[in-house]
Each structure stands twice: as structure tokens, then as C-alpha cells.
Design a protein around this ligand. Structure first.
Ligand code: BGP
Length: 467
């Protein structure tokens, strides 16, 4: 449906952008920080490790000033668990606490609302050694860590996000975390522990900070059926349940999605509950939903002996499971140079689906185009990024006009940083950082063309999207 007249963006709409600690900070072992699984994972030979990244740890004042210049109303960043607790559950590292306190103060000084993710793919290595999320002790460690954050920053931070893309960590663990071939039974047990952990910190946040708001940040994508064959449609419903609603039903209703549970039962993947888990899950309800959206998914039915069904790969590429669904390419959509489909209208559909299921305020916590930018005479002409973002922002406005309650938009990423597995050459930022995968140069910051464009978008509260 096309609206003849679009509703304006709300007056206090939170325009901003996102990053995550291990992809932007660098200083991987400075000031008492312990190693996370990201610091120790095997890095492909042709890409950089995460040791220096964008060196935001040492440049944060300059970076926040650039965000302020663009007019950011919010900045979504994550806290590195291993800066706060180097071994995940032992001593608290005061220097780590101080870093984020200073960053938060710097943001507030520039009228930028901090939006804090407490956990973005960087589990402390010391906890991983003890079994990671398989070990229920990690639930308690996570709760303790979050309570420390709530007490330290709760006077200044009003918006909290629990776990970034828990669904991608489960479905694409090999791609985003660098783990080996999936053992699904084991993964769904880990998933259950993460859900219990999320519920515990949601409740802790409500108890400690009655004025704050907390929600999840999964990657949600509407799922299309390849054809109108009812079997393909059912495959799409199943994928949506396994990929999307399993995570949001839990964050909002404290319950397993029925269709996802039936899938786990059928496959023998159902997790073991400990006494008390059910009550913990039920007691926690998200205040809002953060979701990352890069593109929709398209699927077909898959016979049980389906040999064409692709294995889990890159977090945005087609996946499938014989007998359940098969990810297919959508012939109506263009792709980025990294093979990711581009579907702005799918973002509107996704927002509307989430809103009609949960009726909670929503914020888009990631969306963006990864590409190879060229620095020419101190300038970066990233028209492709502006095209991508303007089309998506337009669809946010369509969704708002449809009645969806969307209170913010935080594309990925505020500044160039390291891709989860394609190194520094795949860039997302409004600010160019001059370094290559293996030559750190001076890490000088340059404003891309999209920087000035986004500045105008924010200034006009989304009215002027023209390049
Ligand atoms: C999301 C992650 C981000 C970020 C983004 C872009 O899945 O939450 O951390 O990495 O995708 O993906 P990539 O870095 O693979 O290009």
C-alpha cells in the first residue's frame, strides 16, 4: 500500500548510528582489559585482527565530536565485558569502568543519548574456557556483570540493549563467532541459557533502575515464500518462527514460540530447563524492541533429502536445513558487492510484523551497506551508501505512517570499523578511517559525502533525503 501522505517522523526521533566494542575500540589488551573470544579467534589470513580496529579507545573524544557534528541524538555502542571484568566473573577493572563513564559523559555533554548494548559477540575468553554459554555459571556471571553496569551508569544511561543478535550467534555461530560446525542440540541449550540470562538482567534492570528501559537486539528479517505453493509458504512460516519469533516471543512473553518449539522437538533439540527457569523467563518483559535489519529472506520448501539446501554461512546469506526450508535468492532484489540482498520495502514489512505481534516501541539498531570506499583527495564519494540509507529511511517513514511505533534509527555504522569477518576493506561508516587491513597508517578521520548527507537528514528530521 502506498500512502499519499506520509506522517512526519516524531519530533524527538532518535537519529544516530551504531558500533560494537570489539569492532571499533582497539586497545585490546590495554588498561587491564582481558581477552574475549573475538581476540582469540582464528582470523582469515587476508583480513586484519581486532587488536587496533578504529582505535576509538584513544580517539573517542574526536569521534563523539564528529557524531555531534552530524547531529546525532543517540549513539548505540557496546560495552566490552572484558574491560569491566577481565576474566568475565572476577575482579572489577576500575580503568575499564572509567573508560565507559568518560564516554557516556562525553556523549551527554553533546546532548547525545547513550544506547548501550551490554553484550555484542565478545564473550570473555576465560568464561569460554569453562564452557561458555553451555555452562550455567555464565548466566550468573552475566547477571553480575550487568548489575555492575546498571549501578555504575544507570544515573546517565536510560536505554539498554541486552544481547546483540542472539539469533545470529545460534544460527550462524560459525560465521559470527568463528566457531566450528554446529552441534544443534548443544546450541539450543546455550540459547536457552542466554534467554534465562537475558530475562534475569531485564528483571535486574527493572528493579535497580525503574526509569530505564531495556530490550533485546536480535536480527529480524521478514521471510518471503518463493512461490504461492502452500508448502513454500509453510516453509517461510517455519523459518520466521525459528529465526525471528523464537527470540522475540521469549523477550516479550517469556515463552518459547510454539512452532519453533515443535521444530526443536521434532529434531531432538529441546533444551533442558532447571527448576525456576520458567518463572525467571515469565517475570521479564522487554520495554521496547531493538532490531537489526539488513535484508529480507526468501525460502522454499525443502524435501528431507534436499542436497541443494545451503549450510549456514555469512549471517546475511541464504541458509537452509533439509526437510525444513531452503534459502533461495530473491530475483527481484539487487545485491551489494558483498552479495547481500537489498530490500528497503522488507524493512517496512519487518517493522509492521513486529509491531502487530508485540505492540511495543521499536528502534532500528542496525541497517547499512558494507562497501569498498575510495579516498580521493581527502573525499569519499559514497553515493551507493546514501542511496541505500535513503531508501531505508523512506521505508521507516512508511512504517510509521502504517502505525508502527518506531522511535529511532541507528544504521551501521557511525564510523568505519572492522567487519565481523571481512576485515577493514568492507566499510560501513559515515566517517572514513584511514587504515588498511595490514597498514594502520595514521588512522586519520575523514568525513564521507554520506556524513554531510546524514547531517542534513537529521537536521530536517528526515524530511530531506535527497543527495
Ligand atoms: C551484524 C552485526 C554487526 C556487524 C554487521 C555487519 O550482524 O551485529 O556486528 O558486523 O552485522 O556485518 P559484517 O561485519 O559481517 O559486514
Amino acid at each position: 500500500m502506498y500512502h499519499k501522505k506520509l506522517k512526519p517522523f516524531p519530533k524527538d526521533f532518535l537519529w544516530g548510528a551504531s558500533t560494537s566494542a570489539y569492532q571499533v575500540e582497539g586497545a585490546w589488551n590495554e588498561d587491564g582489559k582481558g581477552p574475549s573470544i573475538q581476540d582469540l579467534k582464528t582470523i582469515p589470513a587476508d583480513t586484519s585482527d581486532f587488536k587496533v580496529a578504529t582505535d576509538h579507545y584513544h580517539h573517542y573524544k574526536e569521534d563523539v565530536a564528529l557524531m555531534a557534528e552530524m547531529g546525532f541524538k543517540t549513539y548505540r555502542f557496546s560495552i566490552a565485558w572484558t574491560r569491566i571484568m577481565p576474566t568475565g566473573d572476577g575482579e572489577v577493572n576500575e580503568k575499564g569502568l572509567a573508560f565507559y563513564s568518560d564516554l557516556i559523559d562525553e556523549l551527554i555533554k553533546h546532548d547525545i543519548t547513550p544506547l548501550v548494548t551490554v553484550y555484542h559477540f565478545d564473550l570473555p575468553a576465560a568464561l569460554e574456557e569453562k564452557g561458555g554459554w553451555k555452562n550455567r555459571a555464565t548466566i550468573d556471571a552475566f547477571t553480575r556483570y550487568c548489575e555492575i553496569l546498571f549501578k555504575a551508569y544507570g544515573d546517565r544511561v536510560k536505554y539498554w540493549l541486552t544481547i546483540n543478535e542472539q539469533n545470529m550467534m545460534i544460527l550462524h555461530g560459525a560465521a559470527v563467532l568463528g566457531t566450528g560446525k554446529p552441534d544443534w542440540k548443544d546450541l539450543y541449550q546455550q540459547n536457552h541459557h542466554m534467554m534465562v540470562a537475558q530475562a534475569k538482567v531485564t528483571t535486574a534492570c527493572h528493579n535497580l533502575l525503574p526509569d530505564a528501559k531495556i530490550g533485546p537486539a536480535p536480527n529480524i528479517a521478514c521471510v518471503y515464500s518463493q512461490t504461492n505453493n502452500p508448502e513454500d509458504v509453510q516453509a517461510a512460516e517455519t523459518m520466521a518462527a525459528i529465526r525471528n519469533w523464537l527470540y522475540l516471543d521469549m523477550a516479550v512473553y517469556g515463552e518459547y514460540n510454539a512452532l519453533a518449539w515443535a521444530y526443536m522437538e521434532e529434531k531432538g533439540y529441546t533444551p533442558t530447563f532447571e527448576p525456576g527457569d520458567e518463572a525467571i523467563l515469565k517475570a521479564a518483559k522487554a520495554d521496547f524492541i531493538g532490531f537489526n535489519y539488513y535484508a529480507s529472506r526468501t525460502v522454499a520448501a525443502s524435501p528431507i533429502d534436499d542436497t541443494a539446501s545451503p549450510e549456514a554461512g555469512d549471517q546475511q546469506l541464504a541458509v537452509g536445513e533439509p526437510g525444513v526450508y531452503r534459502g533461495v535468492t530473491n530475483s527481484y532484489l539487487e545485491k551489494t558487492e558483498f552479495g547481500w540482498e537489498i530490500d528497503p520495502a522488507g524493512m517496512r514489512t519487518t517493522a509492521n510484523q513486529i509491531y502487530s505481534r508485540y505492540r511495543l516501541p521499536m528502534i532500528i539498531t542496525e541497517n547499512g551497506l558494507g562497501g569498498i570506499d575510495k579516498l580521493e583527495d581527502g573525499k569519499i564519494h559514497d553515493d551507493y551508501r546514501m542511496d541505500y540509507l535513503s531508501k531505508h529511511i523512506h521505508q521507516v517513514q512508511e512504517a510509521i505512517t502504517d502505525g508502527a511505533d518506531i522511535f529511532g534509527y541507528c544504521p551501521w555504522s557511525a564510523i568505519d570499523l572492522i567487519s565481523t569477518h571481512q576485515g577493514f576493506r568492507k566499510r560501513y561508516g559515515f566517517v572514513y578511517v584511514d587504515r588498511d587491513d595490514f597498514d594502520l597508517k595514521e588512522l586519520k578521520r575523514y568525513r564521507k559525502d554520506s556524513f554531510f548527507w546524514y547531517q542534513k537528514v537529521i537536521k530536517t528530521n528526515g524530511e530531506d533525503l535527497a543527495k
